[in-house]
Design a protein around this ligand. Sequence first.
Ligand SMILES: [Zn+2]
Length: 387
Amino acid sequence: MFGGNGFKVGRILGIPIRLDLSFFLVFALLVFLIATQILPDSLDGLGGAERWLYGVAAGAVYFLSLLIHELAHSLMARRYGMEVSSITLFFFGGLSLIREDSQRPGQEFWIAVVGPLASLVIGLGFILLSLFALPDDTAVGHLAFVLGLLNCFLAGFNMLPGFPLDGGRVARSLIWRLTGSRHRATRASARLGQLLGAIMIVYGVGGLLTDAAIFNSGFNSLWIALIGFLLMTQASQGVKTADLERDLARLRVGELMLEPPVARTAEADLPIHVLAPSRAQLDQQDVFIVAEGGTAVGIASAVQILLLDDERYQSDRLRDIMIAADQVQPLEPSAGADEALQRLQKERTFVLPVVERGRLLGVVGLDQILKALGQGPPPRLDPSAGA
Ligand SMILES: [Zn+2]
């Protein structure tokens, strides 16, 4: 949950798995705590080296349980047809990078809730194992119990209701369902995350500065304050993202799109090397409306042309590279810029044709959206906005 890319360690079910640096820190801490403090001295015949080996083994199992938690999120997202780009493990959790936002509150709810559910099942499984199947005076019995508690704690902590925790996404799905507004829900869950972070900071600092029992629960106060700070930072970022989402949703594609003559029109049969005798003549932001006998039939962007290899640059015509208006799901001029942005990301394209009743009106790309956002949303679209 805390940004960064980390080391790629492999792939499971086609999803790249990465480890963040902070993961190694906690792995080492866990191994150390198990070897030196958690395993009781009274265990018979347990040598120093064995204690460390048990520590490493328990660390590896912890790693696997985090991975299962994240895979649960990822596989649920996949079930809804969303693409998962990667999973990164951090020190007390992970991040599944899902390429799209949920389309419905129900999707959001299930994608969020299966992670903590997986941790809870693993945790209860280990606790039951240690209580009923493993002798309790052995290292394995002790470690099963500790791993059980750790996973139950992860499940509980992640269900706290504030973005970026899973519980924040659950809260977002519920608010979304109640209010019908995705943006309001995103913002509310991020605000809850800020509140949660602030409470943890106050609680942690209280524990550091005083001996008062209400601030000293047995958890390390410094850690609580630090985690609270990290939560607050992420949640504040979430509030900004929510505002951006809101601004995007207010912008209409029809107002952003480039139309002729700003978007140049060129005939479909025009060879590319005639349109632009050299690449240097193209501006990355140029887009072309491709016409056939006076009717617009598709669009092409300068970026597409710039990416062609030399052979295709010489031989292709605009028709060969254009995005044909009748081959993509039409983007209506009344659609929000948020929808346009989602489709640009999902379809991995630079531009999309704007089509109304089968007629190509213009073209919209990332550039137009970013420019419009820089100027802020047009005020007339939001009559309810106060000062
Ligand atoms: Zn999770």
